[in-house]
Every structure is written in C-alpha cells, then in structure tokens.
Design a protein around this ligand. Structure first.
Ligand code: CIR
Length: 256
C-alpha cells in the first residue's frame, strides 16, 4: 500500500521563504483549495493519505517533502537549509516513526528533501543554497551499506534539484536543461520541458501516472505524446511560495 504524508497550508504562508522569485500576495483560501485538490488527486491514484494537523506558525510547513527522505529501508530526517523550516521536522518524524527506522542528518550538514531524487538504487542530491557537501557525505555513509549510490548534482537558477528534474516514468526524467544538466544522469531517458515553461520539470510519479500542474500545457502535451498519463491539478497559488507538486507529499510504501 502506498502512503502519503501531507499537511494543510499554514495561514502564515505569506511569510514563506523565497529564494528565486519575488514576493506576491498569496490568496490563502485559494491555496487551501488547491491543496485539497492535490490531496484528492493522491487519493484518486489509490494513495492512503496521512494528513497532519496544520502548523499555524510554520509558514512553509505545507511543503512536507523537505523534512525527510523515505526509502524502503529507513527514513532520514533532513536538516533543512533554511533555519525557519527546522521546527517542521518534529511532527514529520513522529508520523514516520511507526513505519520506518529513523536516521538524522546532523549540522553542519544541511539538506532539503526537494534536493533528493531517488531513481532505483541511485540517490541524486542537488548542490544548492539549501543542501551542502557535508550532508551529502553523511547520506553516503548511511546509504552505501544499504546498496545505494549517492551522487551530487550541480543545480543553477532554481531552488531545488527537483525544481529542475523529476522522474515521470520507469527510466525517464523530465528536465529543464537550463537548471540541471542531463549529463549527471547516465543511462536514463529524458523529456525536456517546453522552453516557455521553465518551472514545469516538477511532477509527482505515483505508480503508472503523474500528478502535474495545469499551468504548463506545453509540457503536458510533450508528456502525453510520450505516453505518460497525467492527472492535472491547479498549483499556481502554492507556486507563489516557490513550491511545486512534489513538495506537498512524502510518499512511501508500507505493507502490513
Ligand atoms: C522554501 O523556500 O523552502 C519554500 N518556500 C518552498 C519549498 C518548496 N519545496 C520543495 O520544492 N521541495
């Protein structure tokens, strides 16, 4: 059974961290409605959703992905690069504890889940303003004994690795080549975003389908031509907080 941890939008989202985009007002009720649509899309794909209580004082807490890396063998709590986001971890760790052995990245290592892309037994980690070499070293020590290879990937022009590349099918990545180079992913196939839609490389892969924003019709066409099934959601209000669709869930498998 696939599970997703999610958390509703904080009423403080207006005070979110921003790195590559300018601040604009966020319509809280519209953001909540979009988040509900996203959760329904997960449920529609057969996911059991574990919805955590809203955190009124943690502006970015809807973006649960950044708090942890969940693998079949364990969950690794990150140490988010933005100090304001570190209090988000406590409740996520409590939610994961029944399902996984918990490990921790320690300071001075910093890393956000949005910088971690797992493809099979390879763990690609973006080197960004949020995620540093020290954390990548710690992940390597934790994951190599479990048979994973950890590989750093340079990222330019966007917040996280997964702003620029995500997996959309078994051996296929969706990529914005201006932000992330395909050279770091040998042996995989690529689809490139429509050049008019730089933010379109973030999709959530669930089983045989993806959840994908309605805001990127050009890239959606490219995906559909490649035979990829997409469930579309409106996500433009959360995008004003520099969040995309992967950020809003932590997906993992658990069978009784
Ligand atoms: C931040 O800057 O941390 C949030 N405003 C956005 C985080 C988005 N998370 C993600 O891409 N995984």
């Amino acid at each position: 059974m696939m599970f997703a941890i999610t958390r509703g939008v904080s009423p403080a989202i207006d005070r979110c961290e921003l790195t590559h985009i300018d601040r604009e007002p966020i319509d809280f009720s519209r953001a909540c409605a979009q988040h509900r649509q996203y959760v329904e899309a997960l449920r529609g794909l057969g996911i059991q959703v574990l919805a955590l209580p809203v955190e009124p004082d943690l502006p970015d807490s809807v973006f649960v992905e950044d708090a942890a890396l969940v693998l079949d063998e364990c969950a690794i709590m990150t140490n988010p690069g933005a100090r304001s986001r570190r209090p988000e971890l406590e409740s996520i760790e409590a939610a994961l504890t029944p399902y996984r052995k918990i490990l921790h990245v320690q300071a001075p290592g910093t890393i956000d889940g949005g910088d971690i892309l797992v493809v099979g037994k390879t763990v690609f980690v973006g080197v960004t303003t949020r995620s540093n070499g020290n954390a990548i070293g710690q992940l390597t020590v934790m994951l190599e004994p479990l048979g994973y290879e950890v590989r750093p990937v340079p990222v330019t022009g966007c917040l996280h690795l997964k702003s620029g590349v995500t997996q959309v099918a078994d051996d296929t990545l969706l990529l914005n080549p201006d932000w992330v180079s395909s050279a770091y992913f040998p042996g995989l196939n690529f689809l490139e975003v429509d050049p008019a839609e730089p933010g379109a490389a973030n999709a959530v892969l669930v089983g045989g389908a993806i959840i994908f924003p309605t805001a990127f019709p050009g890239t959606l066409k490219i995906l559909k031509s490649a035979g990829i099934t997409a469930v579309t959601v409106d996500a433009d209000e959360l995008a004003k907080a520099e969040g995309a669709v992967t950020c809003c869930s932590l997906l993992f498998r658990h069978d009784d």
